[in-house]
Design a protein around this ligand. Structure first.
Ligand code: SF4
Ligand code: SF4
Ligand code: SF4
Length: 170
């Protein structure tokens, strides 16, 4: 099982924030999204954790600052358009990414994200003379977003281009 250490330079951090790259909705056929979505708002109304909000141009999008995705498939079931993959497919490939605003970078101890992660995908690497640093195990991370709103410095994002990205170093 590979572990992924995340350490960003400030430049990399700002670059990523200028181009948000979080997923829109789980199981979404992204290529057809803007053509087929009528912005009816059914998914917004039926998400039990209320994380779907109208975003750019009125299109729905998950907002992990509101909570986590439980992968209940409700948004897909209520959508009247053929916009979603079957539930048997992976919901998405997105994973959590931790940036340089993590308190561990300032040698401040914090384990909030680890406590919020049900699949235990956040491990803390011990280092001599420093506080433990969180690392995402991408093979365990589901991209649920439970760790996002809990972070006191907003250091965590759910990124669908986590693999091969300059933001993640193996
Ligand atoms: S799968 Fe469920 S919790 Fe996740 S966005 Fe859709 S309705 Fe909300
Ligand atoms: S919750 Fe945020 S600040 Fe705390 S360890 Fe996790 S990423 Fe770092
Ligand atoms: S997105 Fe979910 S599974 Fe991944 S690290 Fe955060 S809480 Fe854990």
């Amino acid at each position: 099982m590979s572990q992924t250490s995340v350490n960003l330079s400030r430049r990399q951090l700002f670059t990523r924030r200028e181009i948000p790259d979080w997923p829109a909705l789980p199981w979404l056929k992204e290529a057809q999204f803007t053509d087929l979505c009528t912005q009816c708002g059914e998914c917004v109304k039926h998400c039990p954790t209320q994380i779907i909000r109208p975003a750019d141009g009125g299109f729905p999008r998950v907002d992990f600052q509101q909570g986590e995705c439980t992968f209940c498939y409700q948004c897909a079931e209520v959508c009247p358009e053929p916009l979603f993959l079957p539930k048997t497919e992976p919901a998405w490939q997105a994973k959590a990414v931790i940036d340089a605003t993590c308190l561990a970078e300032q040698n401040v101890d914090c384990r909030s994200c680890g406590d919020s992660c049900e699949p235990f995908a956040i491990r803390f690497k011990l280092a001599v003379g420093r506080v433990a640093e969180p690392q995402i195990d991408i093979s365990s991370c589901t991209g649920c977003g439970a760790c996002v709103s809990i972070c006191p410095t907003s250091a965590i994002t759910i990124n669908k281009r986590h693999l091969g990205s300059e933001h993640v170093t193996a």
